[in-house]
Design a protein around this ligand. Structure first.
Ligand code: HEC
Ligand code: HEC
Ligand code: HEC
Length: 353
């Protein structure tokens, strides 16, 4: 692997040589052109792999989504460190191991393409390619706080802190925990008495600070300042006061399931881009993941449960949580696509290749 990465460095060197206009004898000119072509092909492969595996957290332009870090500084990082990070992941964080030998789906060659792409500083091109594939992540859902609601919160004991907490919450947490902490298919409720009994302030602070590895609950240490973290912890811990005062934010409606042929086609397209590497072509299953295209699964699993599994993933397995990444409409379209397979699905999953 060290050899492969130094080969990347060699390509880089050849590029620099080309850039400086040195050694323009025809033979080395041809070699330079060949390695430029290879470099371009690797960047293009890397862009597609990035769109399919990484935009969810690192953003279409490498800007970082919510609490996930940007990758725009990768040009300054060592190629070997980048390779190791993608292959092996970062222990106890949402950064999973993508290398096949570590249980992931990417080959050494594919990881190299990602590394070359990350170091090529072509984020405008990447963002355009991600958009072309229809994989630009949804805008993080943000709730509006009406002025009257804000004034009511400010009037409570500890109101200034709670108002800051509500602002932080509305900007960062509603997408998963719901407008009023009532929870959603993506994440548990935060506004319950049960939670306030089970978790002390310092437990809540630790969860916000460190996240819950292997779930959509990321660490907010990098994205929120300490005062913001403290304020949102105070909000969760004092939610009973808001409930008692009847303070509620406007609810966010979720869209009904669209079963049109266009939605099914969109679901099939997304399934082919994001799911077949594990669930096999047409969902027939593979060595890595179970068949979805079979009567047993489809007849026993209601639409809402399929959506919930896709959105939330299966903790402790390779099944990623797609919720922060795909829009609700996209998850619904994958669900109606899977449902459309039911009439022709085999009774039991066929043996996996
Ligand atoms: C589920 C979210 C998630 C996905 C998907 C993801 N990452 Fe990460 N990534 C993270 C987190 C969180 C970190 C920070 C880990 C830490 O604290 O060290 C990270 C860190 C990194 C780093 C190190 C950045 C640095 O400054 O040290 C690289 C490089 C990286 N990711 C590349 C990728 C690539 C390439 C992909 C796609 C193959 C990918 N990531 C997919 C969450 C994710
Ligand atoms: C992308 C979705 C997502 C976002 C955004 C998110 N969370 Fe979470 N959160 C989760 C999930 C999923 C869990 C459950 C983790 C587990 O299984 O233990 C969770 C758990 C928690 C818990 C522990 C709940 C319990 O009952 O143990 C707290 C507290 C919490 N989140 C606070 C926050 C705060 C505050 C924010 C905003 C700063 C936030 N979360 C943003 C997904 C999210
Ligand atoms: C990296 C591999 C991987 C990818 C990519 C992946 N899955 Fe999965 N998926 C799994 C694994 C492994 C399981 C089995 C989890 C378990 O043991 O419960 C699973 C389980 C599921 C289940 C539940 C199946 C059952 O029998 O209960 C559904 C539904 C599902 N995945 C849908 C999807 C969809 C839709 C996509 C694409 C958006 C996707 N998966 C992408 C690995 C993956």
């Amino acid at each position: 692997m060290t050899r492969q990465v130094s080969w990347i460095a060699l390509i880089g060197t050849l590029m620099i040589v080309a850039g400086l206009g040195i050694a323009v004898v025809s033979e080395s000119g041809r070699q330079t052109a060949a390695s430029e072509n290879l470099h371009t092909a690797m960047v293009a492969d890397g862009a597609d792999l990035y769109a399919q595996n990484c935009v969810a957290c690192h953003g279409a332009s490498g800007e970082g989504v919510a609490s996930y870090p940007p990758l725009t500084t990768a040009t300054a990082m060592d190629a070997q460190i980048l390779y190791n990070t993608v292959e092996r992941g970062r222990y106890n964080t949402a950064m999973a191991a993508f290398g096949v030998e570590e249980g992931g789906t990417l080959t050494g060659m594919q990881i190299e393409s990602l590394v070359v792409m990350l170091q090529a500083e072509t984020w405008d091109t990447i963002a355009a390619r991600v958009a072309e594939l229809g994989l630009t992540p949804p805008q993080i859902m943000v709730a509006e706080i009406p002025a009257e609601t804000f004034a009511l919160v400010e009037a409570l004991p500890n109101g200034a802190t709670l108002a800051t907490g509500l602002t932080v919450y509305a900007e960062n947490c509603v997408a998963c925990h719901g407008a009023n902490g009532e929870g959603s298919t993506l994440a548990p409720a935060l506004n319950t008495d049960e939670l306030r009994v089970r978790l002390s302030d310092s437990d809540i602070a630790r969860i916000v600070q460190e996240g819950v590895p292997g779930t959509l609950m990321a660490s907010w240490a990098g994205a929120l300042e300490i005062v913001q973290q403290q304020a949102v912890v105070a909000l969760v811990s004092d939610w009973g006061e808001l409930n008692a005062a009847g303070i509620r934010l406007p609810m966010i409606e979720s869209a009904p399931l669209d079963t049109s042929p266009e939605a099914i086609a969109n679901g099939q397209r997304l399934f082919s881009l994001l799911c077949i590497q594990c669930h096999g072509i047409d969902g027939y299953g593979s060595r890595i993941a179970p068949a979805l295209n079979n009567q047993t699964f489809l007849s026993q699993t209601p639409d809402a449960a399929i959506q919930q599994i896709i959105a939330g993933g299966v903790t402790g397995t390779n099944m990623p949580a797609w919720g922060g990444y795909l829009t609700d409409a996209d998850i619904a379209s994958i669900t109606v696509y899977l449902r459309s397979l039911q009439p022709t699905a085999p009774i039991v999953a066929p043996p996996q290749p």
